[in-house]
Design a protein around this ligand. Structure first.
Ligand code: GCU
Length: 338
């Protein structure tokens, strides 16, 4: 069965109109399709590279029956829109950040808290553990028609500003810090000492440039690939969060694959995750070099002050047993002690 998605650029809207003409997808019968994937990163970002190689692998292993067509740079809209497109089946896959999923099922908060993960290894171990994340990853199938397949790390996130270094939360007093769109992220900004401005990723360069916001927080790779260093040249290593991106796929599409093709798909996704981790450290070093060459200054600060400021968020945001179960299991998988 083939599905056809016609993408037509609409003038100025920065969005694409997608028309899906798809008959119903019979489970286990689909021998080939184009998997359109919405991404908000550039073509040089490790997520794009690993996903693109996964697509090549799928094509090779299925004699071209399956392909992955990536739309980078928010071409299909910001993550909130991309998630909606995957829900309604007009786009098959997307990479979305943890806070987006928290808006659909608050149990994802357990994996979005600044105190959940110590580092990338710990994070990758936890999200590969079926007993911890299995139910969570299928929890949106009934309500939103998509399945979470796993994740890519966002590494350590730190604060960067237009105005100077941030050594303590007091340095952010009265400043507007752009955060991802979620309650927890708003509270995180406040914990960091700032006032929160939730905003889509693609709007941030202009937001910093025009002074709508004074600061943002992300990893070095996003800082460099989005060229935010041009408009916010002061990076401070607050290391306040190890963030997580998720790969989501329309559940009917996932289930439509023949068992043989599903095995190839899964193997390719495993490889993509391994490749992403391998690319990450190098991409981080390259990003720092690019940003420095572009005039950025990287400030070493005492990050324990920020950790302490954000510690109370777990007690405040984990409100049911399931959230605590996931959070406690994730913490128990820490090698630095729970
Ligand atoms: C990172 C992450 C994205 C997210 C972005 C953001 O770049 O990988 O998925 O959208 O941060 O801060 O919005």
């Amino acid at each position: 069965m083939r599905r056809h998605v016609i993408a037509a650029a609409t003038a100025g809207a920065g969005a694409l109109v997608l028309t899906a003409c798809s008959p119903s997808l019979e489970p286990g019968t689909n021998e080939g399709d184009v998997l359109h994937l919405a991404l908000n990163q550039t073509e040089t970002h490790p997520s794009y590279i690993a996903l693109d190689n996964w697509g090549r692998y799928m094509e090779e292993q299925t004699d071209g029956r399956w392909t992955i067509d990536i739309y980078p740079n928010e071409t299909l809209g910001a993550q909130a829109e991309a998630m909606q497109l995957v829900s309604d089946g007009s786009v098959e896959m997307a990479i979305v950040s943890g806070p987006q999923l928290e808006n659909l099922n608050r149990d994802f908060i357990a994996l979005n808290l600044p105190t959940t993960f110590d580092d990338i290894d710990h994070q990758m171990r936890v999200i590969a553990e079926e007993s911890i994340v299995g139910e969570l990853f299928t929890s949106l199938e009934e309500t939103n028609n998509f399945t979470v397949l796993g994740g890519f790390t966002q590494g350590n996130r730190s604060v960067y500003t237009t105005f100077g270094p941030v050594e303590t939360p007091a340095d952010l007093a009265g400043m507007k810090l752009r955060v991802q769109e979620s309650d927890l992220n708003v509270a995180m900004a406040q914990g960091l000492g700032a006032s929160a401005t939730p905003m889509a990723y693609g709007e941030l360069y202009t937001g910093l440039q025009s002074g709508v916001v004074d600061a943002a927080e992300n990893n070095e790779v996003s800082y460099a690939t989005q060229r935010h260093f041009e408009v916010a040249p002061h990076w401070s290593y607050t290391n306040h969060l190890v963030g997580l991106d998720y790969l989501i796929i329309n559940t009917a599409m996932l289930e439509s694959m023949t068992p043989q093709d599903r095995a190839v798909f899964d193997e390719g996704w495993d490889r993509a995750r391994d490749e992403h981790v391998a690319l990450w450290l190098e991409a981080t070093e390259d990003a720092v070099a690019t940003a420095k060459a572009g005039g950025a200054t990287f400030h070493e600060v005492d990050d324990t002050v920020f950790d302490e400021a954000l510690e109370p968020l777990a007690e405040r945001f984990l409100t049911n047993d399931n959230q605590w179960r996931i959070y406690d299991a994730a913490r128990a998988a820490s090698t630095q002690g729970a």
